[in-house]
Design a protein around this ligand. Structure first.
Ligand SMILES: Cc1cc2nc3c(=O)[nH]c(=O)nc-3n(C[C@H](O)[C@H](O)[C@H](O)COP(=O)(O)OP(=O)(O)OC[C@H]3O[C@@H](n4cnc5c(N)ncnc54)[C@H](O)[C@@H]3O)c2cc1C
Length: 291
């Protein structure tokens, strides 16, 4: 199938894009890499009357270090993040997740912010952003506002962006010197969409205690969210094998996965628990942490 007819606009700047969004509101969709939007339009699951193609807004294509964060503009391709020295040096969790996002051809077009805006609870980058405690900069002709992942991800394929707004930038805090991270997922086939996955980051003090834990699971519910009970369980404690097993069980108990043609809810919850334990072993430098 081919998409329903639509009006097409190609602004040259964020300001112009916001003016078009203010004019067309709920009838309009932002087109970034098109890797999710175009298939949905071809299948006529979505039929926006107006497309606002931001691919000429060159000012939105950047990765730069600012005040303890890596700022990533709305037009930054996933492939650019994958090969970025800044990401490799300061966002090892994102660097580990990048190769799992579709295949290289998708990543050459798909944008980091497009994946976040798409808000698929099985997607890699929303979980990474949640675990990193990213800030989302949302722009409109009315100004800018900044929200965290808890506010940004509302439910499956739904974010908190209003019809006259767009995601202009995501701000990803750089890893602390004592941070360790792990990204693990189970997919149906090589490079396929994930069945479930875990993005994890811990900070460990000189005595081997976990002083900070941030974990987010893909496929654990109808939206991207952190595994708060697991974080509370392990913070302040040593990551020994007993605690790691307990954390896996807590993750399984906390998950409320969907059931679909790819997996039952019970299987997904089991996988999430197993991946949490493996991720913690990997970060603690213990055997059994391999994917
Ligand atoms: C074969 C295939 C395999 C894939 N595999 C995976 C995978 O394994 N994991 C994964 O996570 N994804 C996967 N994807 C999806 C891919 O990663 C997309 O790139 C991503 O989900 C959307 O990014 P995009 O830039 O292409 O956004 P688009 O497709 O252009 O837009 C997606 C949605 O976000 C909105 N949007 C985009 N940018 C903005 C913005 N700045 N502000 C507000 N709204 C915005 C659009 O209006 C649309 O609703 C796959 C896609 C294909 C075709």
């Amino acid at each position: 199938m081919k998409p329903a007819a639509f009006d097409y606009h190609r602004p040259d700047s964020l300001e112009e894009a916001c003016a078009l969004l203010a004019e067309h509101g709920a009838e309009a969709r932002v087109l970034a890499g098109g890797q999710s939007l175009v298939p949905l339009m071809n299948m006529r699951i979505l039929s926006p009357a107006v497309l606002i193609d931001i691919n000429r807004c060159r000012e939105l294509s950047y990765l730069r270090r600012e005040d303890g964060v890596i700022a990533c503009g709305a037009l930054t391709r996933q492939g650019e993040a994958e090969t970025s020295d800044l990401v490799a040096a300061h966002l090892p969790l994102m660097a580990a997740a990048m190769p799992h996002v579709g295949v290289r051809a998708n990543r050459n077009f798909g944008t980091v912010c497009g994946s976040l805006a798409h808000a698929d609870p099985l997607a890699e980058l929303p979980s990474v952003a949640a675990a990193l405690e990213a800030r989302f900069v949302i722009a409109s002709s009315r100004g800018r506002r900044e929200v965290d992942a808890g506010e940004f991800f509302v439910s499956a394929l739904t974010n908190c962006i209003e019809p006259d707004e767009m995601l202009a930038e995501v701000r990803l805090p750089v890893a602390a010197a004592n941070a360790r991270s792990a990204f693990l997922e189970i997919a149906n086939r090589a490079h396929g969409f994930a069945v479930a996955g875990v993005a994890a980051l811990v900070e460990i003090d000189g005595e081997g205690r976990c002083t900070r834990a941030r974990l987010s699971a893909m496929g654990a519910g109808d939206t991207t969210a952190r595994l708060a009970p697991v974080e509370a369980l392990i913070e302040g404690r040593r990551l020994d094998e007993g605690l790691i097993r307990e954390a896996g069980a807590a993750a399984t108990a906390a998950a409320e996965p969907a059931q679909d043609v790819h997996a039952t809810a019970d299987y997904r919850a089991h996988v999430i628990g197993t991946l949490v334990s493996r991720a913690l072993r990997q970060m603690a430098g213990q055997p059994g942490g391999a994917a």
